[in-house]
Write a protein that binds this ligand. Structure first.
Ligand code: SF4
Length: 331
């Protein structure tokens, strides 16, 4: 295998400052590819022992947050074979730094089926990767505002969680402590732990029973995609639920419910703030709104902390519903 480029201080291909390895060789030939020279498997210089040692050394400083593997395409069969031992070495040397990888191939259709070389090698390589951005670059879906990817068809996949659950776990955005991702069927128990808790639900509606939670997860969260799961990165636990749904042209309505273990520790602020950034930057939205009963002081405080302003009040039973909003210009 040949190496097209190595960047020792890269900030464009994953969170934080990273070491990035661009391998040579790609058969995807995406229209509008900005790395055409790397299609050629002979482009660049050989991936020698010295090169590998230099990368491992380059990962040492504490400000290097992780490693990114790009191309070309690292999942071309010959590239997988050349990379797998090195990636296992890197993973063992830096277990707490994140590994991101990019491929033009499809995670389920091409990689998990063994279509791209020896499935054992593919699985070993995937087990070294935390986050995989998959799918070809599609020029007419190009959006420079997207998080760490070129076109909106490309998915950001949490690889370990996807392999463990046997379903694709799609990342939407993240913070230092949290992954904010799409919901999956396997979230039912954990979601019930939040929505089934009467104390947690006291300002929202009566606690959900099992059946209602399952229906809500299946229809609202997954099929309609109107909610996001907030997962604590360290433990993999579901910390909270964030509703994020269109409410008119250029507008989104937000709501949130967090597990009682994750209250008063800044998780809700961290997660909702990241979701607002995602909505403003990636979805072309110019206003978000959220509401809470007046007596729900923690939520009202959070809306203010998020920079939202009171825009309306409505009577709801014997109480007042406070509606707050924030527009993109007030970020
Ligand atoms: S997969 Fe990447 S390197 Fe290969 S053609 Fe597509 S954009 Fe270019």
């Amino acid at each position: 295998m040949n190496v097209a480029t190595i960047k020792y201080y890269d900030i464009a291909n994953g969170p934080g400052v990273r070491v990035s390895l661009y391998v040579s060789g790609c058969r995807n030939r995406c229209k509008g590819c900005f790395n055409k020279e790397t299609w050629d498997f002979d482009y660049g210089t050989p991936f020698t022992e010295e090169t590998q040692d230099a990368i491992i050394k380059g990962m040492e400083p504490s400000f290097i947050k992780g490693f990114s593997l790009l191309g070309g395409d690292p999942f071309e069969p010959e590239n997988q074979a050349a990379l797998v031992d090195f990636m296992e070495r890197l993973r063992a040397a830096y277990p707490s730094k994140t590994v991101w990888a990019y491929t033009g191939y499809d995670f389920e259709q091409d990689l998990l089926t063994g279509k791209k070389g020896d499935i054992n090698v593919t699985m070993r390589l995937l087990k070294c990767i935390d986050v995989l951005v998959d799918g070809r670059f599609v020029e007419n879906l190009k959006n420079p505002n997207l998080l760490f990817r070129g076109s909106s068809n490309q998915r950001i996949i949490l690889v370990g969680q996807s392999l463990e659950r046997d379903e694709v776990v799609r990342l939407v955005t993240f913070t230092d402590r949290l992954y904010i991702r799409a919901f999956n069927e396997s979230d039912e128990d954990a979601l019930f732990g939040i929505l089934g808790d009467a104390e947690t639900m006291r300002y929202v509606e009566p606690a959900f029973d099992r059946q209602k939670t399952a229906r809500f997860l299946r229809d609202f969260c997954i099929a309609e995609g109107k909610a996001l799961a907030v997962e604590e990165r360290e433990s993999g636990r579901l910390a909270g639920y964030i509703m994020a749904k269109p409410s008119g042209e250029g507008r989104y309505e937000l709501g949130w419910i967090f597990h009682r273990d994750y209250r008063e520790k800044g998780y809700a602020y961290e997660a909702v703030n990241a979701v607002i950034d995602h909505i403003f930057n990636e979805l072309g939205v110019f206003e978000v709104t959220a509401s809470a009963l007046e007596e729900n002081e923690p939520s009202v405080r959070l809306m203010l902390r998020l920079g939202m302003k009171l825009s309306d009040t409505e009577r709801e039973g014997g109480s007042r519903l406070m509606v707050y909003s924030k527009d993109k210009g007030n970020k």
